[in-house]
Design a protein around this ligand. Structure first.
Ligand code: FEO
Length: 169
């Protein structure tokens, strides 16, 4: 059985992954409306990945006999200031997710739940990759600056990345 402290933080993580999925979906639609098809596809895929992260937690709680709470949807923003603003928000969001995962690890250790601790290691590695990816994208955007041709190539790069980033659990 899951200890109540663990059930609580895992359900909180479900909410965070679900809101990430919604947030990236909103970003994807905004990029699509700006003609950035590759970036939009990248974010659609990212949104799907977040849903997969959420589902993995849902199944884990259920398998351990815990109670899953499916959270209500919170409406994300409908518009963003710029493509840079989008990826700054992605990075900020991912840093929060990493903090939340580190907190779960702390709780696991404090109540000696080594099974959940082991399960969460997948998320620890995933966060390393996601933060690094967001930073790489921001570096690319900084290099491009106001160069429209650069933005075209950036969008094409992200189209390519969107076909590589989906990983199945
Ligand atoms: Fe599932 Fe991007 O954190």
């Amino acid at each position: 059985m899951l200890k109540p402290e663990i059930e609580k933080v895992l359900n909180k993580q479900i909410e965070l992954e679900a809101s990430s999925s919604q947030y990236y979906l909103a970003m994807a639609t905004w990029c699509e409306s700006k003609g950035l098809q590759g970036t939009s596809n990248f974010l659609y895929h990212h949104s799907d990945e977040e849903r997969m992260h959420m589902l993995k937690l849902v199944k884990f709680i259920s398998e351990r006999g815990g109670r899953v709470i499916i959270p209500a949807l919170v409406q994300p923003p409908t518009t963003f200031d710029s493509i840079e603003a989008v990826f700054n928000l992605v990075l900020e969001h991912e840093v929060n997710v990493t903090e939340s995962i580190n907190n779960i690890i702390d709780v696991c250790l404090s109540v000696k739940d080594y099974t959940t601790h082991n399960f969460m290691q997948w998320y620890v590695s995933e966060q390393l990759e996601e933060e690094a990816l967001a930073r790489t994208i921001l570096d690319k955007l900084e290099l491009i600056g106001a160069d429209k041709g650069g933005l075209y190539l950036f969008d094409r790069d992200l189209q390519e990345l969107s076909t590589q980033v989906i990983e199945q659990p």
